[in-house]
Write a new protein. Structure first.
Length: 532
């Protein structure tokens, strides 16, 4: 049985995937919600949002990701960061998974990765769960009905949570696996219901393909000035650092909240939707994101709710801290219709500093920007990955190491060239702790962060007075309207200045130790920006 629009020459059986009980192609949101409810996959919430629990897996499983090691990618994959899988093991995994799928009901979405038609990727996603198909329909870009008639997938993702891998037979670590094969142009996902694996697999894929074309792939959000796409800004950062919150600004147009490319044409969103964290979501501070949690078709993951009233509890983290809502971009009133922007004028690097050493904002030279981009310092926040229960300081190069198939220097060099060619101003923004480290201090006030970013983006911040930071050498503003002066000097926010100094020395050493691995691959000006 088939339903929905599909290129008649590109059904699953034409790809060699046969024996399935039924296949539904390119169902739209109401049909997918209806299927998910009938199948008992979740609950219809207030306003028609779909409420679902992802079970054991409430975050990504980065240690279970693999790249198939073949001659075509042998010399270009960063193997220290990407676990290898033998081609024969992948073939066995594919054969066993598709045999397991026979007779079952599956859902297919044919979608685009990338708003720039020059560089987009045509992706087919095969889902065992109807709500996974709804999720990825939000996350990627949806072709028109006419485009579906001639759609030919370049890559195929098969996600089958009910299949358990065999580590011995399939060459993986556990019975959960995410395996990418560049020769077969296929990604297999097994034994996890966490929907984020779907979108991050596409991101990892584009992170390999696009740099080979001279396009920078970025783990960032982006926006531009209203009615002026050429006045754009990008916000690098790991999950939980504020990419979604800070880019969804009422005074600017949202391009996207998570994944973008920077090509010869400017910046473009990879996705067609947003995947926002909802824990402690404030309806006053983020009214539009809050509203999506009761919007028809939104996917609400792992939020506790009242079984009678269906009221969501935004403060309950008993299932996970990584509660989320997935929704299409058009749910945000100021979202860009094209998801395109010009070459960015501002590059913001978001870090969540659990040490409470970094200032709330600092201006970076191009060399310092490269240093902090390759360092990618932040704190993993609770729930984003399995096993993370409180902030853990970490260095995630390019602010997205788990999704980087190539070596960091490849992305760093591309960013360096883009900054040089287009003259972007670079800023480091700390959304982490102030007044003491995690457990003692408090999170940086979001109102202060917004005020600082607004000043940076409108140009007024650059005209003010700056001081040189003694620990990192970058420029820090002395005074900004709407922000307490003491907040701009982290040392003054601590009750014990000597304790701050000790904490700062510790963090400086951590930066230095981590950056040593990149010194053989970088230019002299970036080496000069490194901390001695």
């Amino acid at each position: 049985m088939t339903a929905g629009r599909v290129n008649p020459k590109q059904r699953l059986e034409d790809q060699g995937i046969t024996g399935l009980g039924s296949v539904s192609y390119n169902l739209i949101e109401p049909a997918l919600v209806e299927c998910a409810i009938k199948r008992g996959e979740g609950t219809l919430g207030k306003g028609g949002a779909f409420l679902v629990s992802t079970g054991k897996f409430t975050g990504r499983s980065p240690k279970d990701k693999f790249v198939v090691r073949t001659p075509s990618v042998e010399d270009s994959i960063w193997w220290d960061n990407n676990a290898p899988m033998e081609a024969e093991a992948f073939d066995r995994l594919y054969d066993d998974m598709t045999a397991h799928m026979k007779g079952g009901e599956f859902f297919v979405q044919d979608l685009y990765g990338g708003a720039d038609a020059t560089h987009r990727l045509d992706v087919r996603v095969v889902s065992e769960l109807a709500w996974h198909n709804l999720f990825i329909r939000h996350m990627l870009r949806r072709p028109s009905r006419e485009e579906l008639d001639s759609f030919v997938p370049q890559w195929t993702i098969i996600n089958c949570p009910s299949f358990k891998a065999d580590p011995v037979r399939h060459g993986c670590r556990t019975d959960t696996v995410i395996a990418m094969n560049f020769d077969r142009k296929m990604i297999l996902i097994a034994n996890t219901e966490y929907a984020g694996e779907n979108k991050k697999s596409v991101f990892s894929l584009l992170n390999y393909i696009l740099p080979g074309k001279g396009v920078m792939a970025m783990h960032c959000s982006a926006n531009h000035a209203i009615d002026n796409p050429d006045d754009s800004a990008i916000f690098f950062g790991l999950s939980g650092t504020g990419k979604t919150t800070l880019s969804a600004c009422a005074t600017r147009t949202l391009i996207g909240d998570d994944e973008h490319g920077w090509s010869e044409n400017g910046i473009f969103n990879f996705e067609g939707g947003c995947y926002a964290k909802t824990i402690k979501l404030d309806p006053k501070a983020e009214p539009e994101i809050y509203a999506t949690t009761s919007r028809f078709g939104s996917v609400v993951e792992n939020m506790v709710f009242d079984p009678e009233t269906l009221e969501l509890d935004f403060d309950d983290n008993s299932l996970t801290d990584n509660t989320r809502v997935a929704y299409p971009l058009d749910a945000i009133s100021n979202a860009s219709e094209t998801s395109l922007g010009g070459h960015p004028k501002h590059i913001i690097m978001l870090t969540c500093d659990a040490f409470s050493v970094l200032p709330p904002i600092a201006r970076l030279t191009p060399a310092q920007a490269m240093y902090h981009f390759l360092s990618g310092f932040t704190s993993k926040v609770a729930g984003t990955e399995r096993g993370v229960t409180e902030p853990e300081p970490t260095f995630s190069t390019c602010f997205g190491a788990p999704f980087m198939p190539r070596r960091p220097e490849v992305y760093g060099k591309l960013l360096q060239e883009k900054i040089h060619d287009h003259g972007a101003t670079c800023w480091l923004v700390n959304t982490g702790w102030t007044g003491g480290a995690y457990g003692t201090g408090s999170r940086m006030p979001i109102r202060a962060t917004r005020a600082l970013l607004n000043a940076a983006l409108n140009g007024s911040l650059a005209e003010g007075e700056f001081r040189r930071d003694e620990n990192f050498g970058f420029d820090v503003p002395v005074a900004v309207d709407g922000v307490a002066d003491v907040l701009l000097d982290p040392r003054r926010t601590w009750q014990d200045a000597a304790a701050y100094d000790a904490q700062a020395r510790k963090l400086v050493q951590m930066f230095s130790d981590n950056f040593a691995q990149y010194v053989p691959f970088i230019d002299d000006d970036v080496k000069a920006a490194a901390i001695d």
